[in-house]
Each structure stands twice: as C-alpha cells, then as structure tokens.
Design a protein around this ligand. Structure first.
Ligand code: ZN
Length: 463
C-alpha cells in the first residue's frame, strides 16, 4: 500500500471513530460498514501477500483468503457469498433470512456483493451457526435494530470463554497461522464479540417457524466445532444449512477437541446429534465453508459413516482403557476399518483417541508421581543434559534416524535441547526429523494442524 493511501485511511479511520461515538444509529452503521470494508481490504491484502510469499506446499488456511468472493444461488431463492466463511441469504416473501456472517475482514464485501445482486435486501433474522470468528464477523454489518439475532442457548458461554481467553488463543493460533497479526487487534468498528442474541434455541427444543411462505426449523445440536452449533433446516425443501456442524469439510473425521486448545467436544453427544441429522435425510447440505454437497443417498451414507467412525473410535478407546492399555498404545493401535475410512485433514483419529481418553480420565494419567506436582520434567532437562554424554545421545539420535524411528529421535532431541545450546549439528538433526515427520504426515492423513505445527517448528529451526 502506498504511504499516501495509508495516511488517507488513517485519517478516515480517526474520523470514523468520532462518527461512531457522535452520530445516530443509521449513520453509525454506515460508518461502521465503511470502516470494516476499508480495514478489511487492508487486512485481506496483507494476508494475500504473505500467502503468496510462502512457498510451502501446505497453505490450506491461508489459501482460502486468496480466493475471490463470489455470489451464487445454490438453491432457488438461496444465495451464498463465498469467503473464508460463507454467508447465506434465504429470500422469503416477508424479508430475508441470514445464516452466518463470515469473517469480519470479508463481511462488508460479502454484504456489498450480495446486495448488488438482490433488490431490496431486508434481513429480518440472522442465525449464527456458532461463536467462532469466521461465522460471527459480520453480524453488525447485516443487522439493524429490527433484525432478530438467533443463536444456540450455549452461544453466550462459548462467546464468553473465547473472548476471555482471546490473548491465549491468539498466541496459539498465531504460531499455527503466521500471517495473523502479532497481537489481537482492537480496531474501531472491528469488534465482533459481545453479541447478544435476541432469541436462543435450547437443545431438544427446535424452533419451528414459517417466514414469507418458507418453512424453517432451527436446531441446537452440539457439533464438531463446539457445544453451540446451530443448524437451519428447511424441512419441505430438504436443505440443511450446517455451519461447521461437520467441521470445515463434508464428509470428514471430526475434530474431537482441537489441538489449538478449545473446550471439550463430547463424542457421545455428537453421535446423538448426527442421529438427528440422519433422520432429516437432507438432499442438499450448504456448509459455511467450501461448497454445497448434493444427493440425499450419498449424504445419508456419509452421515452414517461419520457417526459409526466416531462410535468406533470411542468404543475402541473405552475397551482399551478397560483392558489397561496406555494412551500411547491406543493411539498407535486404533485405526478406522476400511468401510469407515474418512478424511483426517481436520480431525485425526490418534488425537481423538487421546482426547477421548483424557475426556474420561482427565489430566492424571496414573503414570508418574511427578504428574501430581507443578515442576515439569523439562525443569530438570538442563541438569540432565549437562550430566549426560552428548556424544552418546547423538549416536542414539543417529541410530533412531537411521531406523526411521522419528518419534524416538524426537524424544532424544528434546532431551538435549534442555541444555539450551542448539548446536548446528543438533539443529540439522532436528530439521531432518521434523521434515521426516512432515513427509509422513503428507503421505498419510495430511492433517492440517499437524502440518501447521511442524511448519512452525521448521520456521523456528531454520531462522
Ligand atoms: Zn468455521
């Protein structure tokens, strides 16, 4: 961006902040729309630059931001604005129903492109699939004082903890997604938290209503991306707006607990939710990421496969726990049988095993007494590293690398790193091991988060 343009934006932003404080509701909304549009464009351009500079062969999350926002009509009278998170507009004879509002930096553009194509856009209700940032970003762009905001009864609690823990979550996310800003930014008009739904939908008590001739059901069903997942079901048209109920892609193995560190997702609750959705037998799924999925026969078969895969992993984990197996043994042993095979790019079976184990057994693994106390093993690694013969450990590392026992090599490397002096010789062994783990990940599940983590390690080592 030229310095003249950035100065102009800075001045406009300052004027905008004044306007947000001084003027009435309608002008405030227009100012917010302008600010979100301008600041959003700057943020998107920055991410696109970083995504273009990165020559990694795995950039799944950043690639999404480089795609142009397009408007389509996946079903009669249902319009979608694509983006990192899609936004849907369902037209009725009595106003428009909005489902999800995308990422804040794309929301103004999504709104503008949809309103260019549809005359007299009149959002009467906004439904939020859950509290994640890529779904709630544009609520203040789409809503007016007359719009009813609807979410799950669990939404406020999810929004609360995501807000309170934002600094912690941001630092974790930043490590995985290096194109995020260093610190969580609080720019004027860009706050997308603090939402207060006008209506909440309780679990087991779906909201049924007719709007302008279209029939809707709204279900609060704990899903693959949190306890507050909300689904919009059009029973007469057999169309399901699924948000992230399945995760970012359909079908796939769900992310039972994220490794980013959000709250627990409960496998048995998810299985019950899937049973409800199987009974819908949708003919069209409109997810809030990627593209629509068609054909009820295949959809139901995939839904059943997801349900049975989660049940399989759950039951195998529980059986193994009862047999006295360790979590590591179960992570190694439990595999999906071929008929239940699913993509593991988002959720990964071995991590689900660990998640389910800890969901039931919590933090104490009944393994070592030191687990009960605050001093971690890493606290004594420095002592240990100075006491042991580095040359002998290095021979062990080389032998493990030779045998392609990457996980063993990793432990030995972590042991020596307690010494804090990362010699060039050790660094190159580290890089060999992380690259090998990365290749293994690419040859197997291609799990996005495993790759993001390994890429972060490579950035650290190759600095
Ligand atoms: Zn999402």
């Amino acid at each position: 961006m030229s310095s003249r343009r950035s100065t102009a934006i800075a001045i406009l932003v300052s004027l905008g902040v004044v306007a947000l404080v001084v003027f009435g509701d309608r002008i405030q909304r227009e100012v917010r729309h302008f600010l979100v549009g301008e600041l959003g464009d700057v943020a998107v351009a920055r991410m696109q630059r970083l995504a273009a500079d990165d020559d990694s062969d795995h950039m799944a999350a950043a690639e999404m931001i480089t795609l142009p926002i397009l408007v389509s009509e996946p079903a009669p009278g249902i319009f979608a604005a694509s983006g990192v998170g899609n936004t849907f507009v369902i037209r009725t004879d009595d106003g428009d129903i909005i489902f999800d509002t995308g990422l804040i930096i794309q929301a103004a553009k999504q709104y503008d492109l949809i309103s260019e194509q549809l005359d007299s856009l009149k959002p009467v209700k906004i439904f939020l699939s859950h509290a994640h940032a890529d779904h709630v970003g544009g609520v203040r762009i789409w809503s007016s004082p007359e719009t009813e905001l609807v979410a799950s009864s669990e939404f406020l609690e999810e929004q609360r903890y995501l807000t309170e823990l934002n600094p912690y979550l941001h630092q974790r996310n930043r490590m995985l997604f290096p194109w995020l800003p260093d610190e969580p930014r609080e720019l004027p008009g860009m706050n997308f938290r603090g939402l207060k739904p006008d209506t909440v939908v309780e679990r087991g008590r779906p909201l049924r209503f007719t709007q302008g001739g279209r029939v809707f059901e709204v279900w609060s069903l704990p899903g693959a991306e949190g306890a507050d997942n909300l689904l919009l079901w059009l029973p007469e048209e057999k169309i399901l707006l699924s948000g992230d109920f399945f995760g970012p892609q359909f079908p796939q193995f769900p992310n039972i607990f994220t490794m980013r560190g959000e709250k627990v997702r409960k496998p048995i609750e998810y299985i019950e939710s899937l049973n409800t959705v199987i009974n819908f037998a949708p003919r069209l799924i409109l997810p809030s990421h990627l593209v629509p999925v068609q054909g009820s026969e295949q959809i139901v078969a995939d839904l059943v496969r997801i349900r049975d895969a989660v049940q399989w992993v759950h039951d195998q984990t529980v059986a193994g726990m009862n047999e006295g197996k360790t979590v590591g043994e179960l992570m190694e042993d439990i595999r999906l049988p071929p008929q239940l095979s699913l993509a593991q790019t988002h959720g990964k079976v071995s991590w689900a095993v660990k998640s389910i184990w800890e969901y039931y057994a919590t933090w104490f693994h009944f393994d070592r007494t030191s687990e009960l106390y605050a001093t971690p093993q890493s606290a004594v690694l420095a002592d240990l590293a100075s006491a042991i013969d580095h040359a002998k450990v290095t021979v062990g590392i080389d032998a493990a690398i030779e045998r392609r026992e990457w996980e063993r090599a990793l432990h030995l490397l972590e042991l020596l790193e307690g010494d804090e002096i990362l010699t060039e010789a050790l660094k190159s062994r580290w890089i060999t091991v992380v690259r090998a783990l990365r290749e293994r990940a690419l040859a197997n599940e291609k799990n996005d988060y495993e790759l993001y983590w390994l890429d972060a390690q490579l950035r650290r080592l190759e600095q």
